[in-house]
Design a protein around this ligand. Structure first.
Ligand code: FES
Ligand code: FES
Length: 153
């Protein structure tokens, strides 16, 4: 077992983890933050996206031990940090089954943290690792664009 300390959604946690535990499992199972989803498990779909040290990462590809000392934000924190983003997805019909939504939101949040007024191309690039099987990407992109106008800079 390995002892790691992470700051997750503003809270510092020290945990004992196995060497082969993925960050995704730590988040969903050990911390019971089940908003983060597992789709493919191999870095292809983006459903498991969280923000680690300011970057959107696929948590299925990060080992829990690699997160030692990291600051992590999951979708559960958006209610506090960027409610405008969640509201915008609802308002613009960017959610159908919702399975991709946490990952989409976190990729968008990582973008907006760095680029408050992104261009369409910047939004497209930020979301290129996130797959949606239902909605199509236009309402999702529109939601991010409109949220960027509302989020306090
Ligand atoms: S579950 Fe991680 S990228 Fe698909
Ligand atoms: S809303 Fe169903 S996969 Fe995106």
């Amino acid at each position: 077992m390995n002892k790691i300390t992470i700051n997750i959604n503003g809270e510092e946690r020290t945990l004992e983890v196995k060497s082969n535990l993925r960050l995704l499992d730590l988040i969903r199972e050990d911390l019971a933050l089940t908003g983060t989803k597992e789709g493919c498990g191999v870095g292809e779909c983006g459903a498991c996206t969280v923000i680690m040290n300011g970057e959107a990462v696929n948590s299925c590809l990060v080992m829990a031990t690699q997160a030692d000392g990291a600051t992590i934000e999951t979708v559960e924190n958006l209610e506090k940090s960027a409610p405008e983003l969640q509201e915008s997805f609802v308002e613009h019909g960017a959610i159908q089954c919702g399975f991709c939504t946490p990952g989409m939101l976190m990729s968008a949040k990582a973008l907006l943290d760095k680029v408050p007024n992104p261009s369409d191309m910047q939004i497209k690039t930020a979301l290129e690792g996130n797959m949606c099987r239902c909605t199509g990407y236009i309402p999702i992109m529109k939601s991010v664009k409109e949220a960027s106008k509302k989020i306090k800079k």
